[in-house]
Write a protein of this length. Structure first.
Length: 95
């Protein structure tokens, strides 16, 4: 468990440095958000998924991932809104 947590922290540090160097690199926010999510740090994950959406408002995956984090926090309405948006984008051929 310690090794997995240490690897996650290293991933966050690496992605944070990548974001510092290129603040418009959405993939770095997505990966850092995913790592925060797996650590149970859902608010931080939501912040990063929100950054992905700000960079690319048509990123269906980011809405779906943010829906999952809201769900984990018990914010059902926000989870449903984000999931509905993701599904609508998928139906239109989004990613």
């Amino acid at each position: 468990m310690y090794t997995e947590r240490r690897k996650a922290i290293e991933e966050i540090e690496e992605m944070t440095e990548t974001i510092r160097l290129n603040p418009l690199y959405a993939h770095a926010y997505r990966m850092r958000g995913l790592t925060y999510y797996h650590l149970g740090q859902y608010n931080q994950a939501i912040q990063d998924y929100t950054e992905v959406i700000a960079i690319n408002p048509h990123d269906a995956n980011a809405y779906g991932m943010r829906a999952g984090a809201y769900y984990e926090l018990g914010q059902w309405n926000r989870a449903e809104e984000n999931q509905a948006k993701a599904e609508a984008m998928y139906k239109k051929g989004g990613r």
